[in-house]
Design a protein around this ligand. Structure first.
Ligand SMILES: C[S@@+](CC[C@H](N)C(=O)[O-])C[C@H]1O[C@@H](n2cnc3c(N)ncnc32)[C@H](O)[C@@H]1O
Length: 212
């Protein structure tokens, strides 16, 4: 019943929020038709929030960890400054044929740089001071990513860490390994004097973290 209500409320939010444009709709559809886990994609509501935050903060340098098919990338890039750059890192090269196609169609291809490989190895090689970082790759590595990216985030910059509530499993008495790691991660962030944060209980939970 609760789940049913949640689904109806989510559908209501989709219907009463600015819809995806044709390009995002096409990408969302192709993602559902051609990938095994389309729910990994941010989807319309979270995508709109990402583009809204990007438009509000007008970043010069954006980092995304975990491209998948590029749905979040194409939302994040919308607030990017004209001379800015978005770097998106993905370990699975097999998805590149989808993401690249849409990056080109979007007209932002010259400002999106995709790096293929393990983000844990790629992040230390990035010589940028990022304004906005979307953390959305392997959840068990969130603590590692956080310590790698925080020094590369400018003061006042924002990290958006996705799936932080892990379908509510972080409330289970007996947590699985991923839930335990995410729970520890959330505790680490809220006690970290270098940042302020708020968890938005949106979709699977987004931890919005601002560097002080
Ligand atoms: C939840 S999906 C990303 C969804 C995308 N950000 C969006 O919202 O549309 C997570 C992605 O992270 C990638 N990934 C997992 N571990 C990774 C790693 N160590 N380095 C880079 N990418 C990784 C996966 O292959 C997967 O495509």
């Amino acid at each position: 019943m609760l789940q049913d209500n949640y689904t109806r409320l989510y559908d209501y939010c989709v219907k009463h929020s600015t819809p995806m444009d044709d390009l995002l709709y096409e990408l969302d559809r192709e993602t559902h038709l051609k990938t095994l886990a389309p729910r990994m994609s941010s989807g319309p509501i979270q995508g709109r929030i990402l583009s809204l935050i990007s438009n509000l903060t007008t970043p010069k340098y954006i980092l995304e960890i975990g491209t998948f098919t590029g749905f979040a990338t194409l939302n994040l890039v919308r607030g990017l400054q004209a001379e800015g750059k978005l770097i998106t890192v993905e370990v699975n090269a097999e998805l590149q044929y989808i993401s690249n196609k849409y990056f080109v169609k979007s007209g932002y291809a010259d400002r999106i740089e995709q790096r293929i490989g393990d983000a844990k190895e790629i992040i230390p090689t990035l010589d940028y001071e990022f304004d906005l970082i979307f953390l959305d790759a392997g959840k068990r590595d969130y603590p590692v990513y956080y310590d790698l990216i925080l020094p590369k985030l400018r003061k006042g910059g924002i990290i958006l860490a996705d799936n932080i509530l892990w379908s509510g499993k972080i409330l289970n008495e007996k947590m699985d390994k991923t839930s335990l790691i995410l729970d520890d991660f959330n505790k680490y962030v809220v006690n970290d004097p270098r940042v302020e944060n708020v968890i938005l209980p949106l979709r699977d939970g987004i931890n919005v973290i601002r560097k002080l």
